[in-house]
Write a protein that binds this ligand. Sequence first.
Ligand code: 3PG
Length: 181
Amino acid sequence: MEKFIPVVVIKELPEVDTILSALKANGINCAEITFRTACAKDAIKLACEKYPDMSIGAGTVINKEQCIDAIAAGATFIVSPGLSRDVAEVCKEHNIPYYPGCVTPTEIMAALDLGITTVKFFPANVYGGLNALKALSAPFSQVKFIPTGGVDRGNIDEFLAFDKVAAIGGSFFVKEALENK
Ligand code: 3PG
């Protein structure tokens, strides 16, 4: 999987080009396009057509319908803020990686029951940041985390230095890419 997962919100389709070209120019070949806007499905489709060499996934997927739409549009990974068994089931059927949001031992155990060993840790800053990840890694040494939410240039390196961190998610990648364009 890609190490950096920009959380992308597309309000209007032309932003797909603006944002994805900026990310690419900054060496980031991934975009998690969120189902927070009406055009999310179309944005994923367009992104997959125009940026076939990028890893395009769907974020903020909170139900089965959105998951089916995202996969039909071409998403190659699915991210949720929490854990949905329905979404996990659809992803499994399509053999697509699913990264559910898990911040408690019970949620991590639910993910493990579903065969998922990489989870989103969201909102990372609110749920204890790196200290919490380290504490959770003691009983769950098989689990990898994607800290997201409140991660920025100021704290990214400490997360990256921890070997249980599979990747970093965040909207700041988009902000930075657009600033450096
Ligand atoms: C998400 O959905 O993953 C978050 O909105 C990203 O959080 P951030 O904006 O603090 O990076």
